[in-house]
Ligand binder design. Structure first.
Ligand SMILES: *Cc1c(COP(=O)(O)O)cnc(C)c1O
Length: 356
């Protein structure tokens, strides 16, 4: 497909102008008064116009597809998405005046579906995450469109050496802090793109920073990290939206990850609630997953008498999850008992103690 170069120039200009109008996201210090030698920060990706770190990814995916000549003025863009990516992609498709279809699991949060539709996108539902990829390809074939494929292209659409990617932004915002080079950066993995970008950036710049992926217990990424022959599983990957997959995605690069931690969904939900109360702002579930891993790492560092900083990511806004993670009836329906984990996380913030 040869695309109209004038239109492509216009489209890239629109996206660049939008970027030029945007501010960078904040790096929020999280107070741990009981652990004076450990500094914890959250990169607040919820403040992007579409509410999550997927705003960066969608911008990169559209630029990548445009520069590869895959999107023209009448191309329908299709992606497989559990929600957040589709919200951001719908935003960019609308900016370019082209149709967008999201292939979502039926379990996607209603608020995300509303957000996709708000930006003019359309949702096509499938029963399980495994069916998303095939359905997205099929829809693209039927419409003569482009399957923009976040799970394959996330790792390469982002400029890992810089260009204000999330890693470059974190390191530059850390530069005036007491421990400017983070000892650890903790993130979840959905596509794996964020961990790939941060891991590559740290290596390229020869920083000592290590990367930890906090993965839902039911997800495959942490299993694959330990045993590379494990690449696919039946069933789901837990209840934390945005992270955890039943298939090792092509954008997940285990070799740039230094550690993985398996976190139970109940622990993620508890940590999400405690953090949201302490920040005075609702965070999404994957932020809680990573926070749990941060608490483990902080307590290990404190036990060894180490000083340093830990950076994690506030991946999306919790308003989208009022009917799930913040709803007691939903939590009870999942059969989760989060109260002991909430107590443990609160005690960590109050006393710095983590061991049970
Ligand atoms: C996508 C996503 C992540 C993980 O980011 P990847 O770069 O895709 O691995 C974490 N949290 C939320 C809410 C997400 O949507």
């Amino acid at each position: 497909m040869a695309c109209d170069r004038d239109w492509v120039n216009w489209a890239i200009g629109r996206i660049e102008a939008d970027f030029n109008r945007s501010a960078d996201t904040h790096l929020i210090p999280v107070a741990l008064p009981a652990l004076p030698h450990i500094a914890l920060y959250l990169k607040d990706e919820s403040s992007h116009p579409t509410g999550s770190l997927k705003h960066r990814l969608a911008r990169s995916l559209f630029l990548y597809a445009l520069c590869n000549g895959r999107i023209g003025p009448r191309t329908t863009v299709v992606d497989a998405s559990s929600g957040s990516t589709a919200v951001s992609e719908a935003y960019f498709a609308r900016m370019l005046g082209i149709p967008f279809v999201a292939v979502c699991p039926a379990s996607t949060a209603p608020a995300k579906i509303e957000a996709i539709e708000f930006y003019g996108g359309r949702c096509h539902f499938v029963d399980t995450a495994h069916e998303m990829y095939g359905a997205a390809q099929q829809l693209a074939d039927e419409t003569g469109g482009h399957y923009i494929d976040q799970f394959t292209y996330a790792e390469r659409a982002t400029d890992w050496r810089g260009n204000n990617n999330i890693a470059e932004s974190i390191f530059s915002q850390m530069s005036h802090e007491p421990h400017p080079i983070p000892t650890w950066i903790v993130t979840g993995a959905g596509t794996g793109g964020t961990s790939a970008t941060i891991g590559r950036f740290a290596r390229y710049n020869r920083h000592a920073t290590k990367i930890c992926v906090a993965d839902p217990e039911a997800s495959i990424f942490h299993k694959h990290w330990h045993d590379r022959s494990i690449v696919r599983q039946e069933g789901g990957a837990g209840r934390i939206e945005g992270i955890g997959r039943p298939r090792v995605e092509p954008s997940f690069l285990p070799d740039v990850i230094d550690r993985v931690m398996a976190i139970e969904d109940a622990q993620s939900v508890a940590a999400t609630r405690v953090l949201s109360r302490r920040l005075g702002k609702l965070c999404g579930g994957s932020t809680g997953t990573s926070l749990w891993a941060c608490a483990v790492i902080a307590s290990e560092m404190a036990t060894r008498g180490e000083a340093g900083s830990i950076v994690s990511i506030l991946c999306d806004d919790g308003e989208r999850y009022r009917s799930s993670y913040f709803n007691d009836a939903w939590v009870a329906e999942q059969g989760q008992d989060i109260a002991p984990y909430e107590r443990r996380m609160d005690r960590f913030f109050d006393t710095g103690l983590w061991d049970e």
